[in-house]
Ligand binder design. Structure first.
Ligand SMILES: O=C(O)CCC(=O)C(=O)O
Length: 267
């Protein structure tokens, strides 16, 4: 298996539950991903979750909708790092664009595996949430926040799908939001971090890490692409949700050549 990140990052991933690899994608590759995202956010359908004002917020199943975003899931750097951290071949359980709109909904504290396990029947937390920054993410434009080390807690039981969440009928429908009481305990124990970096940075996060994001009150753009991958022996079993939320195709991802994204740049 190819080794793309050095041992200190592997150690950091294991202790904190996540790492940020800055500059993993070139400006040209980010441009291709931005072009793809501009097309996808204009699409409509049940996979598009909108803000109250109608602007797109989360678009699920992006890799099923666009060949550039499909290529992203097979980019050799993404595949090699995920395989290195997980020690096995992977499939994509879920993908999404998160276009954090100015003044849009918050994303309450949750674990991605909380839903994948309870709703999709994914047995084990052997998977990674991969976050690809399509623009600079700073302290100001609603970065992801995470509780470092919280992956060791397992599935946090003090969590539920909140009927009063502001985007309950949309993006948060299946999200198990963690209670503030439990968050207070977790933050006392582990602390809290924000995850920032320039465009082209990629975060690899254990699917049990507790994370969320607040409202973007700036006019600054903040678009992040997410790929949740699991090891091939850790497949969803319930099929209660549509394919754009929970995979049906569990075949191992085979990497494409290094130029798989840059070769798709618009002429
Ligand atoms: O991008 C964000 O604001 C948070 C998204 C998130 O937590 C998720 O998709 O699991």
């Amino acid at each position: 298996m190819k080794q793309l990140v050095d041992q200190s990052l592997v150690d950091e991933y294991q202790s904190k539950g996540y790492i940020t690899v800055k500059g993993l994608f070139s400006a040209k590759e980010v441009e291709v991903l931005n072009q793809a995202t501009s097309d996808v956010v204009q699409m409509d359908g049940p996979q598009v979750m909108r803000e109250r004002n109608g602007l797109p917020h989360v678009i699920y199943g992006m890799h099923l909708m666009d060949k550039r975003l499909a290529a992203l899931t097979r980019h050799p750097k993404i595949v090699a790092i995920a395989e290195q951290l997980l020690g096995d071949k992977i499939y994509v359980h879920q993908s999404r664009v998160n276009a954090k709109q100015t003044g849009g909904a918050i994303v309450n504290w949750h674990q991605d595996f909380g839903t994948y396990h309870r709703v999709d029947g994914v047995p084990r937390p052997d998977g990674i949430m991969i976050a690809i920054f399509l623009n600079d993410v700073s302290d100001y434009n609603a970065p992801l926040m995470a509780v470092p080390g919280s992956h060791v807690e397992g599935v946090v039981s003090q969590a539920s799908t909140l009927t009063e969440a502001e985007d309950r009928d949309r993006a948060s429908k299946y999200r198990y939001d963690i209670t503030m009481e439990k968050m207070s305990e977790l933050i006392d124990q582990y602390g809290l971090e924000h995850i920032i970096g320039p465009a082209g940075s990629v975060v690899f996060m254990n699917m049990q890490v507790v994370h969320g994001s607040t409202v973007n009150i700036t006019p600054l753009r903040r678009v992040i692409l997410y790929l949740n991958v699991c090891t091939v022996d850790n497949q969803g079993t319930s099929f209660a949700r549509p394919e754009y939320l929970a995979a049906r195709d569990f075949s191992a991802i085979e990497p494409l050549p290094e130029d798989c994204l840059s070769s798709l740049a618009a002429a």
